[in-house]
Design a protein around this ligand. Structure first.
Ligand SMILES: NC(=O)c1ccc[n+]([C@@H]2O[C@H](COP(=O)([O-])OP(=O)(O)OC[C@H]3O[C@@H](n4cnc5c(N)ncnc54)[C@H](O)[C@@H]3O)[C@@H](O)[C@H]2O)c1
Length: 444
């Protein structure tokens, strides 16, 4: 089943008894094995050497220490050379020397990294590339840690779900960076709610209201593909808009606590202040879950406004913020069950959970959950963009794909990148702001 693991990759024990004993004894068993020999080796490669990619590299190294493993970072890939070089130099300072021959630059670098002998692929590129990179990695039999979100359109979500079937056949771990599902406060609260502390959830609201994120202006000599991949956050084709790229964290908590994804969404939104790209500044979505449960979602990225990243889910007997606060209608505050973790930082804990699941021979697969949460954000966005109520099943059946596609970046044929243009609901197409240069001249 699947590709053979590399020589030093820990393998699950073959007998049922050994597996059961290992699962029951957890780390104690691994501890015994470590004491007798050298630490087990995992070779990891990183695609996307930006802020989070460097963080994920540090996190897996830290997780390796927690489990007494020898994690070797053996390959890097990024669309841009300076990004690879920066990460290579940073890792060298902490004793991880990755030779130039294992540093891959360009939009096809991911293929070379996946073929370079790694056991685990860490993915922290813009999410528009995730379905292509994930599919390639699992087809090659690699365990994956991939950042949220996992797609920008329904076609990307379908691709993730299809690739996940291959991952399951090959017994591969697929863990994502949603953090909260590995965070003790959220895990404890989820347990309490799942045990019925506030009864069934009947409604609520979720928020991701913050200031603006970054813009990376066009640099001289950049191709359209390079400009777009560098300024990726500001293009729906690469980030999915901020409801997908940022709010997916909160949406993922919502779906987790609801136990499912919504069946439909109706939303609206607008763009007020952005200068480049094609994103909205704010989106307000009414999510419909089964049994008539409605959840309001609001997300905004305008500096100088009210900020909040939070959740307020209302049950029959009380309410919760999903993160350590559960209160009954008579005012009683309930104690949150303690959940043990190996590391206080959930970013590290995600990697501990991934590595341990591989060692235990029961690889964690979080693909469906995060894909559904990504699709939940997408259905809300597309409802706001079109002004229509969108039904989940219909959206997934239509399977729309945004262009340029991830493959277009490899050919370089991304078309003309248009800035400051955004969709108008109601079938009116897209609107382009008047060039600011003319406005400035008019003022003079
Ligand atoms: N879990 C979290 O809390 C968290 C926090 C930050 C970011 N993220 C996620 O991590 C991902 C990356 O975000 P970031 O903040 O590190 O962005 P970033 O811009 O700092 O890094 C992205 C990197 O990907 C590279 N890249 C772009 N296209 C590529 C391609 N086709 N192939 C290879 N490399 C490519 C860029 O050059 C850049 O180095 C996003 O999905 C983001 O949502 C998650």
């Amino acid at each position: 089943m699947g590709e053979k693991p590399s020589q030093d990759t820990p393998r699950p024990r073959s007998t049922k008894t050994a597996t059961a004993a290992m699962a029951a004894a957890g780390l104690a068993v691994l501890g015994t094995r470590r004491a007798k020999g050298a630490p087990k080796v995992f070779r990891a490669g990183l695609i996307g050497c930006g802020g989070r990619g460097n963080g994920a590299a540090r996190d897996i190294l830290q997780a390796g220490k927690v489990l007494g493993l020898d994690i070797k970072l053996t390959a890097l890939a990024d669309a841009f050379e300076h990004r690879v070089k920066g990460t290579q130099a940073g890792l060298k300072k902490s004793g991880h020397d990755i030779p130039d021959s294992h540093c891959f630059v360009g939009f096809d670098g991911y293929k070379k990294l996946i073929d370079s002998g790694v056991d685990i692929v860490l993915m922290a590129t813009p999410p528009g590339f995730r379905p292509l990179h994930f599919e390639t990695a699992v087809k090659a039999g690699k365990h994956t840690f991939f950042e949220k979100p996992v797609a920008v359109d329904p076609a990307g979500c379908t691709r993730m779900l299809e690739a996940s079937k291959i991952a399951r056949q090959k017994n591969l771990a697929c863990v994502t960076g949603t953090i909260y599902r590995h965070h003790t406060a959220y895990l404890g609260t989820h347990k309490l709610i799942a045990d019925g502390a506030i009864g069934r959830i009947r409604g609520g609201a979720i928020y991701y209201c913050t200031g603006r994120l970054w813009v990376r202006p066009r640099q001289p000599g950049q191709t359209d593909a390079e400009y777009m991949a560098n300024n990726w956050y500001n293009y729906v084709q690469l980030s999915g808009d901020h409801i997908v790229e940022q709010h997916v964290h909160t949406i993922d908590v919502l779906n987790w606590f609801m136990g499912s994804h919504p069946i439909a969404a109706t939303g609206f939104g607008w763009r007020h202040r952005r200068k480049t790209g094609n994103l909205y500044d704010e989106l307000s979505i009414d999510y419909e879950y089964i049994d008539g449960v409605r959840i309001h979602s609001m997300c905004r990225q305008i500096s100088g406004c009210w900020s909040s990243v939070n959740r307020h889910l209302v049950g029959e007997k009380g309410w919760t913020n999903c993160a350590g606060k559960v209160q009954l209608w008579d005012g009683t505050k309930l104690d949150i069950p303690q959940v043990k973790s190996d590391h206080s930082n959930p970013y590290v804990q995600e990697h501990v959970d991934m590595l341990r699941s591989i060692l235990d021979g029961k690889p964690l697969d979080e693909t469906e959950n995060i894909t559904h949460s990504t699709a939940t954000a997408i259905i809300g966005r597309d409802s706001a963009y079109t002004g229509k109520r969108i039904v989940w099943e219909q959206m997934m059946k239509e399977n729309q794909q945004l262009t340029p596609t991830p493959e277009d970046f490899e050919t370089g044929d991304v078309g003309d990148v248009e800035d400051d243009i955004w969709p108008i609901p109601g079938g009116a197409g897209a609107r382009k702001r008047k060039p600011r240069k003319k406005k400035a001249q008019a003022k003079k």
